[in-house]
Design a binder for this molecule. Structure first.
Ligand code: CU
Length: 336
């Protein structure tokens, strides 16, 4: 274990380009990382490394540094994306997620909404923080639907920095059916709506754990994004976020509230049907023209538009206490 008091006196290390260094860390974790003792032969394996220097160019021309996971390979070699590469598995499969953290800073993977045993839950301090080594998480999704995975070390910061990716669980019927025996769809989009406070993006990986006030109780976002794309303008046309469908097509929107402040969605004149909340079917599907969500929630919404046109989907990010609209991210459904 680190000596917290001693380390708190050290000068925090700047992240710089994401390379080298270490030490000065206040985040306390068990350095005696042990292998997962309960592994069986998996049906699917994902490999994830760490990249803490992912440039994201905003519509205003500014570039923000994001953190994220790579699709295979560990260490400092780059290759990460924001959001991190999605995982897509079939209900009931046994899945291994191999996390390689070949660096001085700790990270984990928590598969949000999946219910594994404690040693595969990836919650820092509760199960292993992974640093300078690798760890294999084992999980098996019991319910089809929309999930996401994220780092759970110094979570307030690491999730805000972008360390998350989509996680889709298909029913045995495969893609095109939301859940077993449930509704079908012809096309799908992922809307992971998030806010970014660019002032946080110069902080050290353990900011807020050194006793001083790092300001992590104040999230003052200046960018509002959808699935890693600036929601000011770019998300209006980004593939996989914006969609063009025919009248009568069924478009599934997999919506993830990936930010911290509550979000108010408006479907711009379209009516959607909420079939699932947090990957569980609603007893009665709900027809809505928008919805409100809080951090970590997911909704599976199917649109079956009847009238050609362009429909702007907007997400207002509202201050958690005051309700003030801090900003809006937008995308578009075009019906032809
Ligand atoms: Cu992390």
């Amino acid at each position: 274990m680190f000596n917290v008091l001693e380390r708190a006196q050290n000068t925090p290390m700047g992240m710089g380009g994401g390379g080298g260094g270490g030490g000065g860390a206040c985040y306390v974790y068990d350095e005696n990382l042990q292998a997962n003792a309960n592994l069986v032969t998996p049906d699917v394996t994902y490999s994830r490394g760490i990249d803490m220097n992912i440039p994201m160019t905003m519509d205003d021309g500014n570039t923000i540094t994001m953190w994220g996971f790579t699709d295979g390979g560990g260490g400092m070699g780059g290759g990460g994306t924001f959001p991190s590469p999605a995982m897509r598995v079939t209900q009931g499969q046994i899945v291994h997620t191999e996390l390689d953290v070949n660096m001085m800073w700790a990270h984990t993977i928590h598969h949000h909404g999946i219910e594994p045993s404690w040693d595969s839950d990836g919650v820092g301090h509760m199960s292993w923080d992974v640093q300078g080594g690798n760890y294999t998480y084992q999980w098996s999704p019991a319910y089809a639907g929309t999930y996401f995975y994220h780092c759970h070390t110094n979570t307030v910061l690491h999730a805000e920095m972008g360390m998350y990716g989509g996680l889709i669980v298909d029913p045995p019927e495969g893609p095109g059916t939301l859940y077993s025996g449930g509704p079908t769809y012809d096309a799908e989009v992922i809307w992971a709506v998030d806010e970014i406070d660019s002032a946080w993006h110069n902080l050290d990986w353990d900011a807020g754990t050194c006793g001083a006030d790092a300001g992590l109780n104040e999230l003052n976002p200046d960018y509002f994004i959808i699935t890693g794309v600036d929601g000011a303008q770019s998300a209006m046309t980004a593939p996989g976020i914006a969609a063009t469908v025919n009248v009568g097509d069924k478009l599934l929107a997999r919506y993830i509230c990936a930010g911290y402040h509550p979000q108010q969605l408006d479907f711009g004149g379209l009516t959607g049907t909420i079939h699932q909340s947090d990957a569980r079917p609603l007893p009665t599907p709900q027809q809505v023209t928008g919805l409100r969500a809080i951090s970590g929630e997911r909704y599976d919404i199917i649109f079956e538009p009847t009238t050609p046109g362009e429909y702007t989907i907007s997400a207002d990010i509202k201050h958690w206490a005051t309700g003030e609209v801090l900003g809006t991210a937008r995308t578009k459904i075009t019906v032809v």
